[in-house]
Design a protein around this ligand. Structure first.
Ligand SMILES: [Zn+2]
Length: 288
């Protein structure tokens, strides 16, 4: 279960979303291509006919919707009006349309980003795209950072009446911060992983750790990917352990979870690197 709004799901991965297209904005972007043909390109039989029949003595920017217009023309006029309203003038609208043309071709993706109002990129989300990280680990970690997983406090906040107790330590209340970091069980997992990574004294929260991992070394350095992929795998397996205990009653020990995380991360990294670096990285990953 996920608590993100549909609007935030329909953002790009780098913006914290799921890379799902928002259909209304995508449709507007497709219609904007026809607007570009009527205003900029001005070629083809369809343009000649539409201009001669609907706006022979005016520019298309000034054309208003009428009952006799076809549904497709009404859609173009609606999109034209939205662009005019949001840009404030015909000159600005003209410049915007021009900015969507690259090497003479209309770029629907650029128009789509304008209609859906693209959000700022989130550095940690970009870090989660590293090739060493499995996609399901990225997804759970992204939701954990955004506090969008179905933790008990989230369910209670949405009206469910259930007891709030962390199933990992059976002591504190469950929320994202506790579950993934301050819980003694999770803390033991992190401590073992930090030792494996050759780090110590860290373990604040997921977001801070990811940002730090991006800054600590050159972006393409493999150790950076090792660290980030370990964080993502830990988030994924802590969440999986919580769900296994809740729904099946099965419990794994800290050592078992750490072993699975190390094995999964190592297998993924060794499967992605070139043969030249294999021996060196295998020795680093296999250390205790
Ligand atoms: Zn706990």
């Amino acid at each position: 279960m996920v608590f993100k709004s549909w609007r935030s799901i329909c953002t790009s991965w780098d913006e914290g979303g799921f890379d799902i297209r928002e259909l209304l904005s995508w449709n507007k972007a497709l219609v904007a291509k026809w607007l570009w043909i009527l205003i900029h390109k001005k070629t083809g039989l369809w343009f000649a006919w539409t201009q001669a029949y609907h706006f022979p003595t005016m520019v298309f920017w000034d054309l208003m919707s009428k009952d006799r217009h076809s549904e497709s023309l009404k859609s173009i006029i609606t999109v034209k009006n939205e662009i005019l309203q949001r840009t404030g003038s015909q000159i600005a609208a003209h410049q915007l349309l021009s900015s969507w043309i690259i090497h003479g071709k209309f770029k629907i993706d650029m128009a789509y980003n304008w209609f859906r109002t693209a959000q700022a990129f989130l550095p940690w989300a970009r870090a989660l795209k590293h090739q060493f990280i499995l996609p399901n680990h990225s997804l759970v970690t992204s939701l954990a950072i955004q506090q969008q997983l179905a933790t008990v406090d989230n369910l209670i906040g949405r009206g469910m009446i259930i007891p709030n107790r962390c199933i990992l330590c059976k002591n504190s209340m469950e929320n994202h911060s506790h579950l993934f970091f301050s819980c003694p069980f999770s803390h033991a997992v992190w401590t073992a992983l930090l030792q494996w990574l050759g780090l110590d004294g860290r373990g604040s929260d997921c977001k801070t750790e990811l940002l730090w991992s991006m800054q600590r070394s050159k972006r393409r350095h493999w150790k950076n990917g090792w660290y980030t992929s370990s964080i993502a795998a830990a988030c994924y397996y802590i969440w999986a352990e919580r769900n296994a205990r809740l729904f099946t009653g099965k419990e794994a020990e800290v050592e078992q979870l750490v072993f699975v995380i190390k094995s999964t991360v190592s297998t993924r990294i060794l499967g992605k690197i070139s043969p030249i670096h294999y021996a060196h990285m295998a020795s680093q990953l296999s250390r205790l």
